[in-house]
Design a protein around this ligand. Structure first.
Ligand code: IMP
Length: 192
């Protein structure tokens, strides 16, 4: 995508996760969009990733009064009936990666995907959501020191390395977050 068309208006990314800010800035700056950051928090309602992103964006825009994006992500493992999915935060804090590896110890089908949904909202518009998916598999042990949370477990399709072994700029080329943010950026530029 061309990054020659620079959009001057900035957007505020609402998150408490500094890794996400680094990734999102790397992706959106390349696409000509400047990102501010605010860690004001928002309630994570019960529902799918789209519901959480839509609600979060609307909630944040009411508090800040300016255009915002939020992003909700999760790891979906096929053999575990797409668990942890929308419970990814809770599972990361409780079972952690070692717990997932235990659940997967006798499982041959290692297919998994990361999903990311970006929610965008302005004071004058309804929320819009953008989904990105990256396919891959769960490794047999944690590998790598880059990234965060589930990254050392997840080996993207066509790679031997886990996300934890790939530097941010490499992960950013094809990650779930790259895909959702790129969809958002294309749509956003079309609105101008
Ligand atoms: P969140 O609700 O979007 O913050 O994410 C749910 C859980 O998935 C949290 O534990 C995150 O740390 C984790 N997570 C989200 N995105 C990624 C990623 O890109 N790599 C690894 N873990 C992630």
């Amino acid at each position: 995508m061309s990054n020659s068309k620079i959009i001057s208006k900035s957007i505020t990314f609402i998150t408490g996760n500094p890794h996400k800010v680094k990734e999102a800035r790397g992706i959106l700056n390349n696409l000509g969009i400047t990102l501010e950051h605010a860690d004001i928090g928002y309630p994570e309602i019960q529902g799918d990733l789209e519901d959480v992103a839509r609600y979060g964006a609307q909630y944040a825009v009411r508090r800040l009064g300016k255009p915002v994006i939020v992003e909700d992500a999760g790891l979906f493992i096929k053999a575990l009936k797409w668990f942890p999915g929308t419970y990814s935060s809770y599972v990361q804090e409780t079972l952690s990666n070692q717990g997932i590896l235990k659940l997967m110890s006798d499982v041959e089908d290692r297919y998994a995907e990361f999903r990311s949904v970006v929610g965008y909202c302005t004071p004058k518009t309804e929320p819009e959501v953008f989904l990105g998916i990256v396919k891959g598999r769960i490794g047999y042990k944690e590998k790598g020191k880059y990234g965060f949370a589930y990254d050392p477990l997840f080996i993207p399709e066509d790679y031997c390395e886990s996300f934890g072994e790939l530097q941010t700029d490499v992960k950013n080329r094809f990650s779930h977050r790259r895909k959702s943010l790129e969809k958002f950026a294309l749509w956003y530029k079309d609105q101008k």
